[in-house]
Design a protein around this ligand. Structure first.
Ligand SMILES: [Mg+2]
Length: 199
């Protein structure tokens, strides 16, 4: 019997619609109209409309520490169905998500319990460096994550989705869905197909 494959699945911007709520709260505070296309680099603090403003950058990161922030995030279209299909295909799914904020760690666990009850509570890793986990595949939008994972695990299958901020990760991915952030339901179909076609 072939070995069960292990696939690491990121949460933010892969499974949870973090930018809608994040930018929404920021815009509500400052009366701005930031959209995802304004987030052109990983460090979102450098993308605020007025970098000289005394509070915009710090507030952007403070949102991540607001109680209820993560719990309020909606699952991205196609995510629950896609993870369920990969799970049904016999893959071992590990939710691998980073945070450095205690309240977010708690709420991320609760979020997974609510939205992915079939995953199991033992299959959630909250940490920072995903490359310390050994797996056959990774689904992630973070350019630093895909680069580090490729470097340590040259044979892993790495799938990602284009966002305005992650061009630097492109070269390290086996699948990088162009324009995929605009249609995550279609992107998730491509992720599932990719792992089915590469066994
Ligand atoms: Mg992410």
């Amino acid at each position: 019997m072939p070995r069960k494959r292990r696939i690491l699945v990121d949460l933010d911007a892969i499974g949870a619609d973090i930018y809608a709520e994040w930018l929404g709260r920021f815009n509500a505070r400052f009366g701005t109209s930031m959209v995802i296309e304004d987030v052109t680099q990983w460090d979102i603090g450098k993308c605020v409309p007025d970098p000289e403003h005394p509070e915009q950058r710090t507030y952007m990161y403070a949102i991540l520490e607001q109680e209820g922030f993560y719990r309020s995030l909606r699952p991205l279209p196609g995510f629950i169905e896609g993870v369920n299909e990969l799970h049904e295909d016999g893959n071992e799914i590990i939710i691998a998500t980073a945070t450095q904020v205690p309240i977010a760690a708690k709420e991320k666990m609760e979020w997974v319990f609510e939205h992915l009850p079939f995953i199991g509570r033992k299959n959630i890793y909250i940490g920072y460096s995903k490359n310390v986990l050994v797996a056959d595949g990774l689904i992630d939008d973070g350019p630093h994550n895909v680069e580090a994972y490729r470097s340590e695990h040259p044979r892993a299958l790495i799938a990602s989705v284009q966002y305005p901020f992650n061009d630097a990760g492109r070269a390290h991915c086996d699948l990088y869905v162009e324009g995929g952030y605009k249609d995550m339901a279609a992107t998730w179909k491509k992720f599932v197909e990719f792992f089915r076609n590469n066994r």
